[in-house]
Design a protein around this ligand. Structure first.
Ligand SMILES: Cc1cc2nc3c(=O)[nH]c(=O)nc-3n(C[C@H](O)[C@H](O)[C@H](O)COP(=O)(O)OP(=O)(O)OC[C@H]3O[C@@H](n4cnc5c(N)ncnc54)[C@H](O)[C@@H]3O)c2cc1C
Length: 370
């Protein structure tokens, strides 16, 4: 097993964490990543790492100090407003154990921890085919044989179809992403407070979240048909802003500021795999992270699960002489993800409901008393 050729498809947090853990135990996988380099596209907003999953993985990877240096415990606050701009919930306790970290900072910590040459950038994988022994991985104009192929390639995984017929479905909600700068947008900064604010109305929501380096990331979330959401992806920022103005026309002026002043960053329709997604184990091929259990961000678990998956898959590949460890990993992963996926699906339903803010407020209060 020590000489296994391992390909990890996808250099997101899950794939990079797996590579790091394997290298610490004398295995030398390659990570095949379609981005040309780490800065090719914005990595998205801030993530909070949970103690038992995300933070535990950083610890196992020997990266706890690097994480703590980059993390922002001061940005764990939560605010909830109604559409009239009334603040209904405001909690800020920097001693909570869910420190935020920018997604790009997390990726950089993981990249810095790998041996040079581990990540092969600019390699979009187009096909995986079974061979007599192992699998052939096809990029654009090349192919290579591996004994083990791990699909860590996110929502639209090219590995998943070899294991499962499940296809992500559109959840009926699209987030329009907006960017702000604390210095240039003091009103948005004040509205956001120390962490994240959520404003909820009839089937629509606004979110803003503090990021590192004085940035704030915002989202306008709307229930919209999938074909229109796809069309939005081609619209200019100004055309998108005009549509959002109409959608949020009756909201408080302080909240409308989010739409008026945000820099348009892109359109993110929310997709998910069915809750409880599982597959029949197939020797040499497995999944982790979003490729295995894509869910909406409304559980705040996606990256934490991806990192926890990497810890358990690394252990399975290191310790067992056969595929039995990976089979056990897959069972654990699917059971754990089903719980989070159910929470994420419920989260979308309660934030984007015709009942407005009430169910969300109840959820926030219950969390404090839990
Ligand atoms: C708007 C939004 C907000 C979110 N907020 C949170 C949050 O607050 N907390 C949280 O825990 N989670 C959040 N998530 C979810 C979180 O981002 C994901 O769960 C997490 O990134 C999954 O990590 P991953 O490594 O499995 O996949 P990804 O991060 O998707 O990484 C997959 C990698 O594979 C590469 N790739 C894809 N296809 C190929 C291919 N064919 N060949 C080669 N490379 C390929 C991609 O370029 C990418 O680098 C959010 C998601 C969204 C969309």
């Amino acid at each position: 097993m020590a000489t296994q050729r391992i390909a990890i498809i996808g250099g997101g947090p899950g794939g990079l964490m797996l590579a790091r853990l394997l290298q610490r135990h004398g295995k030398y996988p390659v990570v095949l990543e379609r981005d040309q380099h780490a800065e090719e596209r914005p990595q998205g907003g801030s993530l909070d790492l949970h103690g038992a999953t995300g933070q535990y993985a950083m610890e196992r990877a020997g990266l706890r100090e690097a994480f703590l240096t980059a993390a922002r415990p001061e940005d764990q606050g939560d605010r909830l407003y109604n559409a009239g701009g009334v603040l209904l919930f405001d909690r800020h306790d920097p001693t909570d154990d869910r420190p935020e970290i920018d997604r790009s900072a997390l990726r950089q910590i993981l990249l810095n921890s790998l041996m040079p040459g581990t990540v092969r950038w600019g390699q979009r994988i187009t096909r995986i085919a079974p061979e007599k022994s192992g699998f052939a991985v096809y990029g654009e104009g090349w192919s290579e044989q591996f004994d083990v192929v791990v699909g860590a390639d996110g929502a639209w995984s090219c590995v998943r179809p070899l294991l499962s017929e499940a296809v992500p479905f559109y959840e009926g909600v699209t987030l329009v992403e907006l960017g702000f700068d604390v210095n240039r947008h003091p009103r948005i900064s004040k509205l956001t407070g120390h962490g994240k604010m959520l404003a909820v109305g009839d089937n629509r929501a606004l979110i803003t979240q503090k990021n590192g380096y004085g940035h704030i990331r915002g989202y306008a979330g709307v229930r919209v048909a999938e074909n229109l959401a796809t069309e939005w992806g081609n619209w200019s920022g100004e055309k998108m802003r005009q549509t959002l103005r109409d959608v949020f026309a009756r909201w408080a002026p302080d909240l409308q500021d989010v739409i008026e002043t945000g820099e348009f960053m892109g359109v993110r329709p929310l997709y998910a795999l069915p809750v409880g997604h599982a597959w029949k184990s197939r020797e040499g091929l497995t999944l982790l992270g979003d490729a295995a259990h894509l869910m909406s961000p409304f559980s705040g678990e996606g990256v934490n699960l991806a990192l926890a998956d990497a810890v358990e898959l690394a252990e399975a590949l290191i310790s067992a002489d056969d595929w039995s460890g990976v089979r056990r990993y897959e069972r654990t992963l699917c059971e754990r993800a089903a719980v989070a996926a159910e929470g994420a699906a419920q989260g979308v339903k309660s934030v984007f409901s015709s009942m407005g803010v009430a169910p969300v407020l109840e959820h926030y209060r219950a969390r404090v008393h839990a």
